[in-house]
Every structure is written in structure tokens, then in C-alpha cells.
Design a protein around this ligand. Structure first.
Ligand code: ADE
Length: 366
């Protein structure tokens, strides 16, 4: 049976209160007693019972994190930011996934009740209100990437719309004439905002709108959309996928079919997950500052735990940056100077010219 605080007190020949003071570093206890307590606790392998401790301190030093999914680099980057900020504050994480389902989200949140000091929620599905309805009103809460209709809890979000707009403007400037789009899951707010940016950039240019295909934010759905686009007539000359994982799946479908990217068709994504720069050709994308989003959201939650109501009504938008790599380059030159492009020299020169130092380019103002 696990040792209790009473066992430690008996072995160390001190009171229970002295054991508590010695282990927590609070209150007066002589150095001799402290050493005896530490020795007894080690010998008995005593660790404080966190639930019992929470009842006394009314703090769990744990925060709940509810995400729509935990698969893939997008979420590992997000959790990395949350975890780093939590560790700096001596907080621990209890992570759960709703699998995009409001019922599962409600269950996960109710199982966290009493075990956490606050919750960070990313529930980009439009029925977010249902998810939030299962939260005790007094539990400090911070939201990530959720629409304004989700409530007045402090919210941190990516500029999905602006990032998508800048990317499609970039494709247009390169001379692409028929730009397809692969969306994220239906009813997903991130995806809807990125789609809105795509349409805004193309405006009334009916010809510029390539087909819009439904994806699921997964590599496989990108691959399947890529296969479908290969069969489309006329075939698009560029594809903007709503996230990098789908862009990478789509790229695979194109190269598998023998197409050259970007000479035959361009492809770009959104998020700038770590793998995006290591695929061939390296992926042009929109950097979404996902780790920073997690870090800032955790900081805000820590503030709301310390002082109820902190940040209420705040909507903090994190800007995006266009990251120009190789998967869309060269197309303009190929059209303007087909001869030099065919020899390859033109393409290399073009890529060198368009690559912006540090791979960054500021997005145009809206
Ligand atoms: N990129 C932005 N939002 C995402 C999500 N919910 N899943 C995967 N990739 C994403």
C-alpha cells in the first residue's frame, strides 16, 4: 500500500504539520527535522496525493487542453507552444481530443471538471456553443481559433482570411489563371475563413476560380483531391490547399502521376508545419505561428486563473506570413520566356529572384 503523510511523520518522528511544511517549503521547520522528513519520504517512496492536496489548496496546477484532433504536425506544434509556456509556470497539461464532435467535447470537458484550474479550448466546428455550454461558468477558459459567436472568453486566432488572401494574390501575380482550392472539413471555422480569403482574392474573376474540392485536413484527403484534380477538365494550373498536410498529399498524387511541380502545376499550403520545407519541391505556404498561438493562449489562461475575468472580450489575431519556396515558382517565366525556361536556366534564375531573404515576405495590407 502507498505510504501516507502519517507514515512519514511516524518515521521522521515529527508532526504531520511539520511533514507538510518540510515538503512544501512553507512555514518554519528546523533543518534537522526537514532532513529527517526528506529521508523518511525517500525511504517510504512517499509522494503527496494530488487530489487530497488540491482539496486543501484549491489548485490543481493543471490546465485542461481540448483540441479537435491531436494527429499531425499542426497539433504537435500547437501543443509544443502550450507546453513550453505551461512548464515555465510549473503547470501541467491534461490533453484531450474531441475528434471534431461536440458530444465528445462535452464529455471531455466534464471529465476535466475538478481536475484542472482552467481550460484551453480549440473547437473550430461551428457548433462550438454546444461545447462551451458544458463548462462551469466560473472555470477560467481561453479559446483558440473560434468564431466571435463562441462567446466572450479571451480568444487567440490565426488570420486565416488574410493569409489565404495573400497566398492567392501571390499565385495570381505569378500568372496562374485557374486556381483550385482544397478545403478543410465541412463546418470547420479555420477552413471556412481560408475559403473566404480564396474567394476574396479571386473576386469576380469566374475563370480564375478553379474547382473547390472538399478535404479533411489530412494527407490522405489531399491525395484523393489531387487525384480528382488530375481528372478535371480543364485542369487547374495551381492548387491552394487549406493546410500543408493536404498540400503534401496532393503533391504526392501529382508526382505519382508524372506531373512536374511547379512546371506543370503549382501547389501551395497553409500553416508552415516543419515538414513543409523538406518535401520536394519545398512547399510554398502561409506561416501561421501555431506554436506562438499556443504559447499566448496559455499565458492568457494563467492570467485568468490568477484573476478571474482577465482578458474577457479580447480577440487577439496573430498575423501570417507568406513563405515562398519552390512549389509555385517559375510559372510566370515559363509563360513569358518558354525557351529559357525549357533549358532550366530561367527557372533557377527566377527562383533565386523571387525567394525572399529568410523565406519571408510580408503580406499585402487588406
Ligand atoms: N490547420 C489549421 N487548422 C487545422 C486543423 N483543425 N487541423 C489540421 N490542420 C489545421
Amino acid at each position: 500500500m502507498a505510504a501516507t503523510i502519517k507514515d512519514v511523520a511516524l518515521r521522521a518522528r515529527v508532526s504531520i504539520a511539520s511533514v507538510s511544511r518540510a515538503l512544501n517549503g512553507t512555514g518554519a521547520v528546523t533543518e534537522k527535522s526537514r532532513q529527517r522528513v526528506l529521508r523518511a519520504a525517500t525511504q517510504l517512496r512517499y509522494t503527496p496525493h494530488q487530489a487530497a492536496r488540491s482539496l486543501i489548496t484549491r489548485r490543481t496546477r493543471t490546465v485542461g487542453v481540448l483540441l479537435p484532433d491531436i494527429h499531425g504536425e499542426y497539433f504537435s506544434e500547437l501543443i509544443r507552444g502550450i507546453d513550453k509556456a505551461a512548464r515555465e509556470r510549473g503547470l501541467h497539461l491534461l490533453v484531450s481530443s474531441s475528434h471534431g464532435d461536440s458530444g465528445e467535447a462535452a464529455l471531455a470537458l466534464s471529465s476535466m471538471n475538478g481536475r484542472v484550474d482552467g481550460v484551453l479550448i480549440m473547437s473550430p466546428h461551428v457548433d462550438a456553443a454546444l461545447t462551451l455550454g458544458s463548462l462551469p461558468a466560473t472555470l477560467p477558459t481561453v479559446l483558440m481559433n473560434m468564431p466571435a459567436s463562441a462567446g466572450d472568453a479571451p480568444t487567440f486566432l490565426t488570420d486565416h482570411y488574410g493569409g489565404a488572401l495573400a497566398m492567392v494574390e501571390h499565385l495570381k501575380a505569378l500568372g496562374y489563371k485557374r486556381i483550385a482550392h482544397i478545403t478543410g472539413p465541412e463546418g470547420n471555422w479555420d477552413s471556412d475563413e481560408r475559403l473566404r480569403g480564396y474567394h476574396a482574392a479571386l473576386g469576380r474573376d469566374a475563370a480564375g476560380h478553379g474547382p473547390v474540392l472538399k478535404g479533411l485536413f489530412t494527407e490522405e484527403s489531399g491525395y484523393l483531391a489531387g487525384r480528382a484534380l488530375l481528372a478535371a477538365t480543364p485542369r487547374p494550373d495551381a492548387v491552394f490547399a487549406a493546410n500543408d498536410m493536404m498540400a503534401i498529399g496532393c503533391l504526392y498524387a501529382f508526382t505519382e502521376a508524372g506531373l512536374r511541380v511547379p512546371q506543370d502545376i503549382a501547389i501551395c499550403g497553409f500553416d508552415d508545419i516543419p515538414i513543409a520545407r523538406y518535401v520536394t519541391p519545398a512547399l510554398t505556404t502561409v506561416r501561421a505561428q501555431t506554436t506562438e498561438l499556443g504559447r499566448q493562449a496559455l499565458d492568457a489562461l494563467a492570467a485568468a486563473i490568477l484573476e478571474a475575468g482577465t482578458g474577457r472580450g479580447q480577440r487577439q489575431v496573430l498575423g501570417t506570413q507568406l513563405v515562398i519556396r519552390d512549389s509555385c515558382g517559375g510559372a510566370l517565366l515559363a509563360r513569358r520566356e518558354p525557351a529559357s525556361f525549357a533549358r532550366g536556366a530561367g527557372q533557377a534564375g527566377f527562383l533565386r529572384k523571387t525567394r525572399v531573404d529568410g523565406e519571408m515576405e510580408d503580406r499585402p495590407k487588406q
